[in-house]
Design a protein around this ligand. Structure first.
Ligand SMILES: [Zn+2]
Ligand SMILES: [Zn+2]
Length: 330
């Protein structure tokens, strides 16, 4: 009799699984995107701080006075030619950075994009109509996690789900952006903090990439980065924080948007908790890998719709991909 009952239960469970009912999914143990992972996660990371600098080129970092970024590179991991999405303009690249996917997936193809004005809908979307972002999937996985963003370009604010973040501020200068972000980090100690600076892009448009003013603007960004790193120390979370420096595009002459290495390659720098010291990343890195790497660092599963992959070799205990192929010399 007992055997018969358990047999019937097993059959019922199989039936439920086969019909793909919610109960069946629970029985089958399927995972939903945004669920937390328990294994295969880099160790010691409790906070992620992303510093995004609009229009910051690898050349800018190499040519300008950047002691803080230099220190991050020397004691962190770097990829000097992260490939942006095309065209190399701001909206589609900031979107790709936080959405783990490209314009073909999220539908943000240029700076004219608005939530209620675009031609290509996202291939899949959150209730607000936007493609899932690192903010929305982290919020779903860990509703208690503090998430905040402070940005110098108002356009960044239209790219993410407002109900996914606890803090959402726009400022008109790089100094006020940095000051507010540092104050936020000190008081709230966010699990994910994302700051955006716009002044380097302004300098590129005004005087040209490679100009004296451009390099001075990069040096200014570096000093603000130094203040943020000091702020993490003051907040007492520096040892547990992964810091990532990223950009949306570089530039050539007084603009960007084209398909040249100067415009479509940026530097990705990883520094702090869990990161190898003085490591040069071998694998190819794409701009949408940023969101995937944040999800990986925080132990959150990314949605299938994303095409980014975590940059795992950045982290202690993780190697370059087994199928890495670096091409052949002509
Ligand atoms: Zn930009
Ligand atoms: Zn620009």
């Amino acid at each position: 009799m007992l055997a018969k009952i358990s047999c019937a239960l097993a059959a019922a469970s199989l039936l439920l699984t086969a019909f793909h009912s919610p109960l069946g999914e629970a029985l089958a143990g399927e995972r939903r995107p945004g669920q937390t992972l328990t294994d295969d996660k880099p160790k010691g990371i409790e906070h992620v701080i992303v510093i995004g600098v609009d229009g910051l080129s690898p050349d800018g970092i190499k040519m300008a006075e950047t002691p803080n970024i230099d220190r991050m590179v020397a004691s962190g991991a770097v990829k000097w030619n992260v490939r942006t999405v095309l065209t190399s303009a701001s909206s589609q690249n900031w979107a790709s950075m936080i959405m783990g996917a490209g314009p073909e997936q999220h539908g943000i193809i240029n700076n004219d994009w608005e939530l209620n004005k675009h031609t290509l809908p996202p291939i899949t979307q959150e209730a607000d109509g936007r493609f899932p972002t690192i903010f929305s999937i982290l919020h779903r996985a860990k509703p208690q996690a503090e998430i905040g963003t402070v940005y110098h370009w108002g356009g960044f604010g239209r790219l993410f789900q407002k109900n996914a973040v606890n803090y959402d501020k726009h400022f008109s200068t790089e100094d006020s952006t940095a000051a507010d972000f540092i104050q936020y980090v000190k008081t709230k100690k966010p699990v994910l903090g994302f700051v955006h600076f716009d002044h380097v892009d302004h300098a590129g448009h005004h005087d040209g990439h490679g100009s004296k003013l451009y390099y001075e603007s990069v040096a200014k960004a570096d000093s603000l980065i130094g203040q943020i790193l000091a702020g993490l120390k003051d907040a007492g979370i520096a040892e547990k924080t992964l810091v990532i420096l990223w950009a949306d595009h570089g530039g050539i002459g007084k603009g960007h948007g084209g398909a040249t290495p100067q415009e479509a390659e940026i530097a990705g720098v990883f520094y702090g908790a869990g990161v190898k010291k003085g490591y040069s990343i071998q694998q190819q890195v794409y701009t949408y890998d940023l969101a995937s790497t944040i999800a990986f660092a925080l132990g959150v599963e990314q949605p299938y719709a994303w095409i980014g992959r975590p940059v795992k070799p950045v982290f202690n205990g993780f190697g370059e991909p087994k199928n890495l192929w670096l091409g052949e010399k002509p």
